[in-house]
Design a protein around this ligand. Structure first.
Ligand code: GLU
Length: 279
């Protein structure tokens, strides 16, 4: 298993999480549905407000932030309070159309408290396969960020389906990180990082703190199923890591529910999994 202890770390010259954050200027942060939703399925505004505050601290420290936010479907269900059980695609897409507005309304008002504006980008797989569109997305991202606006991205769920959809925001955030030439991608999930086995089922599951070889890690861990609201589970997180590492972008998989997550990661007081590009 690819667990690297501190002495290995020194030998391999790998950075710690706090060193990685200190060095990163351009950071993409992905927030999963399970992090955004409370247990009753409603959107967790307190979390969003606190998160906006932490992002504004990053920005005060001369960092640039792009957010990839899930939660359209969860917000849709909690807003309209029906169709929760409907599995048909058109109902799910309709829920996303309703929820996306609510979600962005929450983000807008949370960031407003810290004098920050937000801009929305809804993307689909096709957008990343087309040179002209990727150039436009890149230009929009650079312009928003240069002007101090926080871009908030989600998949265009009401349009994208089947072969046209990326299907999960882990991969979408990886593609965004590559497109924007980010230094670091932070995936906020409902687990502390990559474990040797599913920690919700096995007490002896061990957190893997450093990964440089995703392929090797995949072979050594037991991969469970996806959770309640999110799409991908650990599989899509490893796919995202594989994508970004190829472009020398580091990635942190961490638990979004931890208080003051971003600052505590930066202080090195939270344990998570750091994926580092090979030296
Ligand atoms: N785009 C979906 C939503 O906003 C979530 C996809 C995901 O959780 O990865 O509900």
């Amino acid at each position: 298993m690819n667990i690297i202890n501190n002495s290995d770390k020194a030998q391999k010259n790998l950075l710690t999480i706090s060193e990685t954050i200190a060095k990163a200027r351009k950071i993409v942060i992905k927030i999963g549905s399970n992090t955004l939703a409370k247990e009753d399925g409603t959107i967790n505004i307190e979390f969003m407000e606190n998160f906006a505050k932490q992002c504004s601290t990053f920005i005060d420290n001369r960092k640039q932030v792009v957010i990839v936010s899930s939660g359209a479907q969860v917000a849709g269900i909690s807003t309209i309070d029906r169709w929760a059980r409907k599995k048909d695609l058109h109902y799910r897409q309709a829920l996303c159309a309703i929820g996306q507005v609510e979600l962005m309304d929450c983000w807008r008002s949370c960031f407003r408290k810290f004098n920050l504006h937000v801009g929305q980008l809804l993307l689909s797989k096709d957008d990343f396969g087309d040179q002209h569109r990727t150039l436009n997305i890149r230009n929009t991202l650079f312009t928003l960020v240069d002007e101090g606006v926080i871009p908030i991205i989600n998949e265009n769920d009401s349009v994208a389906c089947d072969e046209f959809s990326i299907g999960d925001n882990d991969n979408l955030s990886a593609l965004t990180s590559i497109l924007w030439s980010a230094d670091l991608l932070i995936l906020c999930s409902d687990i502390d990082g990559v474990y040797s086995k599913n920690p919700k089922e096995y007490k002896d599951a061990k957190l893997i703190e450093n990964i440089t070889d995703v392929e090797k890690t995949k072979k050594s861990i037991s991969i469970g199923k996806a959770n309640n609201f999110g799409t991908g589970g650990i599989t899509t997180k490893l796919e995202a890591a594989e994508k970004v590492l190829e472009y020398d972008v580091s990635m942190i998989l961490t638990n979004g529910a931890k208080p003051n997550l971003l600052q505590n990661l930066a202080n090195g007081t939270i344990k998570a999994t750091l994926f580092s590009p090979a030296q």
